[in-house]
Design a protein around this ligand. Structure first.
Ligand code: NAD
Length: 461
């Protein structure tokens, strides 16, 4: 995963170095030197902070829990990115996720840099009181480097609004009298969080797919028909299809369940969600699954889908119960990946039948698999394009904290989709006009923006 981001950034820089229309003021040796600087800046974080949080547990023992905050780049604004609570968190992973945030914010014109945090723990192994203490310690250890105009954390895997509320409260007590509402995003609404934040990522994920295959296609059918791109052919094949598009969704949590519901309710495209999966099972029904009933069931069962006939009957859902990995290999048109990283890789890439893949999770398709699928004309809507809804709504939350004025849920969704639409309108014509995968188009766009800003700030020498 690490090399994937760095590799594509370096490929983008190599292409831009050759493109003399880009930053024409830079020529000859000075140009080469500037691009070498850019490579160095973008491939390494500005700061890597690591601490061991000293926590007294309820059983009387004292543990030291490793914790990170990586500040990758702040050329576009304060560092921004979630704090992951997971036992597998490690330095390289946090650095990579922080650099993805830099690129994601640049792509969507969100005025933030990229950061990420992590705490190496399994949150289920700690009591609520212990987790509260861990959150407070994290803020105490890193308070000098955090703040509404410096570095603004948010939730990530294993953390949520409860943790953000605790952290904001600790930040406030460490810095009395200073602005604090914008110090953390993803807070509860009562504590200054944004309406619609929970649904934002899933809604955005579905929107990128719908926009590509419906809105953009409606406007640009002629352009696509004249394009030589294999991806244009994939999109047009679906447009001409008489039968509803079949969709499978891996992961039925925050992102996957909302994306599945959006697909189920979509008025723009003829869709059928035929499969969903989670950590335990895949559920399949060729006639389409009842997504609202499944959401209701998961909300009553700790987030898990039905795993037995009895539970399916309780959910009032008709489906075949299959292995959890089956979801990846079904004969469907579209696959949403909303669970974990590295789900489609070198050894299973040949078994994938979907011709459109949407990355709701971060890096669920490895670079080898991405290249293989792209060569076959599969459109992969990449994470930095598809799953930015969370950070876009975090930005709205941060603005609300500064203005102490609140947007309605309707307003939040309107602003979210408008921002994603603007990005899609910038990226899609180039994507359908050249042979490169969508991920590469997105990276080039982000790298161009960051390079121009750094150049104009006089940072390339
Ligand atoms: P979540 O914890 O709410 O849901 C995760 C889902 O994946 C659950 O249904 C879980 O059962 C399932 N799952 C876990 N292991 C699995 C496995 N081996 N096979 C199949 N399914 C499995 O998490 P989420 O917030 O929905 O996030 C999903 C992904 O999207 C994560 O990778 C996260 O980093 C990424 N992401 C989330 C957001 C956000 O705003 N929530 C934003 C950007 C990216």
């Amino acid at each position: 995963m690490i090399s994937q981001t760095r590799m594509i950034v370096q490929d983008s820089l190599d292409a831009l170095l050759e493109d003399t229309a880009f930053l024409p003021g830079l020529e000859g040796e000075a140009r080469k030197q500037a691009f070498t600087s850019l490579g160095a800046i973008l491939s390494t974080p500005n700061h890597l902070h690591k601490s061991f949080l000293r926590v007294a547990l309820e059983n009387g023992s004292v543990v030291r829990i490793p914790a990170f905050r990586v500040q990758h780049n702040n050329a576009l604004g304060p560092y921004k990115g979630g704090i992951r609570f997971h036992e597998s968190v490690n330095e390289d992973e946090v650095i990579n996720l922080a650099s993805l945030m830099t690129l994601k914010n640049a792509l969507h014109d969100v005025p933030y840099g990229g950061g990420k945090g992590g705490i190496v723990l399994d949150p289920r192994a700690y009591s609520e009181k212990e987790l509260h203490l861990i959150c407070k310690k994290y803020v105490q250890y890193f308070s000098d480097i955090l703040g509404p105009d410096k570095d603004i954390p948010a939730p990530d895997m294993g953390s949520g609004e409860r943790e953000m509320d605790w952290m904001m409260a600790e930040y406030k007590s460490i810095r009395p009298g200073q602005a604090y509402k914008g110090s953390f995003t993803g807070k509860s609404v009562i504590n200054g969080g944004s309406l619609g934040r929970r649904e934002a990522t899933g809604k955005g994920v579905y929107f990128t797919f719908r926009y590509l295959l419906h809105d953009f296609l409606q406007k640009q059918r002629e352009f696509l028909s004249n394009s030589e791109s294999i991806f244009a052919k994939t999109a047009l094949d679906y447009d001409n299809s008489e039968s509803p598009l079949t969709i499978a969704v891996q992961g039925f949590g925050n992102v996957g369940s909302v994306a599945a519901l959006e697909a189920y309710q979509c008025q723009h495209l003829q869709n059928k969600v035929v499969a969903v999966s989670d950590r335990n099972v895949t559920l399949f029904n060729a006639d389409g699954l009842d997504i609202p009933s499944l959401i209701k069931f998961t909300s009553l069962h700790g987030g898990d889908l039905p795993t037995t006939e009895l539970e399916l009957a309780e959910a009032n859902v008709k489906a075949a119960i299959q292995n959890r990995s089956d979801v990846l290999y079904l004969d469907v048109d579209v696959l949403f990946l909303a669970a974990l990283e590295d789900q489609i890789h070198d050894t299973n890439k040949g078994k994938i039948k979907a011709r459109i893949i949407v990355e709701g999770a971060n890096a669920p398709v490895t670079s080898e698999a991405d290249e293989y699928l792209s060569n076959k004309g599969v459109i992969v809507i990449p994470d930095i394009l598809a799953n930015a809804g969370g950070v876009i709504v975090s930005y709205l939350e941060w603005m609300q904290g500064r203005e102490t004025q609140f947007y309605s849920e309707e307003e939040v969704y309107r602003l979210l989709l408008e921002k994603m639409k603007n990005t899609m309108d910038t990226i899609l014509p180039a994507f359908f006009g050249d042979p490169h995968p969508l991920r590469q188009n997105c990276y080039i766009h982000s790298v161009m923006k960051l390079s121009t800003v750094l150049y104009r700030q006089g940072k390339l020498y």
